[in-house]
Design a protein around this ligand. Structure first.
Ligand code: SF4
Length: 449
């Protein structure tokens, strides 16, 4: 797990002790964040001494009165150090206003320009200054960074994400009355989520009131996992990949052919698809819950069987892919047959175009091999379907309806899903499900797995 934001130079005890406790708690990497020019040399010393520590350089809005051309020059020089991974923390703080607002805005813009010129991401501090923060980020054309210790509401989180910013959740999420931040923590899409301690400040429950330290990150991770209905390992993987992506630390995972979410194993059989859905996650990220799904090569049946191991270890094994799995019908037949022989359960998540793709009714060939199927209907009529899903083949909506009817005959459990887009008539979709005698589920945008 990675603590994406703390201030190691503020610890009075031996840093090595703090880092050892963090490491023992499962924290592999720490980013220590600079705030003023007086502490910057100490931060660089710590960063150079400990392989697990990286740094950012920048002047906090409280201290921007000290920002002059000499300081900017120093920041520029330090930003080239191999262990400096970002510019920050920089931004606006209208709560304390230790520096006049106008001075803060100017200094923020100057440091953003520096980040943009050298190509490093930024770590943003924004307190009671959200609108000005977004305005200046847009003016400076900076779209790569993280909103540290995010304290805004849901609509502000959405605006920051739209701009390309990660949202970093601190220990505040563990506080009983932190309703707004809990709501934000539930909402943030996986690919924009980070966690941090902001140590030595803001210790999470049950350590609240004590001096915070990186090892306490696990309490924040646990609260986040509970709120999002995933495991702490999922939070670890998701947030680690995000820090690595933003700050370019460490190796990113290669495309995975199988990945586990909770107690289900998903098989990623292809990245090809017969739709180009407007909302499809694969057009804006390679990652689902921290798993890289961009395949370098489509897996063979042997690859999958070897990767699965014992199918009984999973509640269900799902053929999905970052694309349409029925493009690989023969592979599904072979692997599903093997899973069933081993006593496992099989589900297929499909766009319902299997018959259209193979120009025949494919479901009789799958009788007895599939326990459940989730079919994306995505619209209440053909016109809306074409607008949203951009199918490659004609008459796709009609083909999906026919496929659902067939599925009912050969698959014990069939569910159709719809994404809650504004042009989709959810009620009509539900009526279609009822008339076809299948279950119905509304999916939220970005809900995968
Ligand atoms: S059918 Fe699924 S995989 Fe294909 S484009 Fe649509 S959302 Fe993406």
């Amino acid at each position: 797990m990675i603590d994406s934001h703390c201030h190691l130079e503020m610890f009075e005890e031996e840093i090595s002790e703090v880092l050892k406790r963090a490491y023992d708690a499962g924290i592999s990497t720490i980013i220590t964040i600079s705030s003023d020019i007086a502490s910057i040399d100490e931060i660089m010393k710590i960063t150079e001494q400990y392989p697990m520590v990286y740094a950012t350089v920048g002047i906090h809005p409280h201290d921007v009165k000290e920002l002059n051309s000499e300081v900017l020059k120093k920041l520029f020089e330090l930003s080239r150090h191999p262990k400096v991974v970002g510019i920050g923390e920089i931004g606006l703080d209208y709560h304390y206003e230790h520096s006049p607002k106008e001075v803060q805005r100017e200094a923020f813009a100057l440091q953003l320009k520096l980040a943009r010129d050298i190509g490093l991401p930024v770590v943003i501090h924004s307190r009671e200054a959200f609108d000005d923060t977004i305005k200046i980020l847009k003016e400076q054309n900076v779209h790569k960074g993280v909103m540290h210790c995010f304290s805004g509401n849901l609509s502000q989180a959405k605006k920051a994400i739209e701009l390309g910013f990660f949202i970093s959740i601190s220990g505040v999420v563990t506080f009983k009355n932190a309703k707004t931040i809990k709501e934000v923590a539930r909402f943030v899409p996986d690919e924009y989520l980070m966690i941090e301690t902001d140590a030595p400040y803001l210790a999470p429950e049950p350590m609240r009131g004590k001096r915070n330290e990186p090892s306490f990150l696990i309490y924040t991770a646990k609260a986040l996992a509970d709120l999002r209905g995933v495991t702490i390992e999922d939070i670890d993987r998701i947030t680690t990949v995000n820090v690595n992506r933003l700050f370019r630390i460490g190796d990113l995972p290669k495309g995975e052919i199988a990945y586990k979410i909770r107690d289900t194993l998903y098989l990623n059989v292809t990245n090809r698809c017969t739709n180009v859905c407007r909302f499809c996650v694969r057009f804006h990220t390679d990652y689902v819950k921290g798993h890289n799904l961009r395949l370098e090569k489509e897996p063979s049946a042997e690859d999958l069987i070897q990767t699965i191991g014992d199918p009984k270890n999973y509640k269900e094994i799902v053929f999905c892919g970052y694309g349409e799995p029925f493009l690989r019908l023969d592979l599904i037949k072979e692997v599903a047959k093997w899973i069933k022989e081993q006593g496992g359960r099989v589900r297929v998540n499909t766009n319902g175009q299997g018959n259209l793709i193979h120009e025949r009714k494919i479901l009789p060939e799958l009788a007895g091999l599939i326990d459940s199927m989730s079919i994306s209907l995505n619209a209440h009529d053909s016109e809306t379907y074409n607008k949203i899903c951009n199918p490659v083949k004609p008459n796709a909506f009609e083909a999906v309806i026919e496929f659902i009817k067939d599925a009912k005959k050969y698959v014990p459990f069939v569910q159709i899903t719809v994404v809650n887009l504004k042009e989709v008539d959810i009620k009509k979709c539900e009526e279609i499900a009822n008339s076809l005698g299948v279950k119905f589920k509304v999916r939220h945008l970005d809900e995968v797995g």
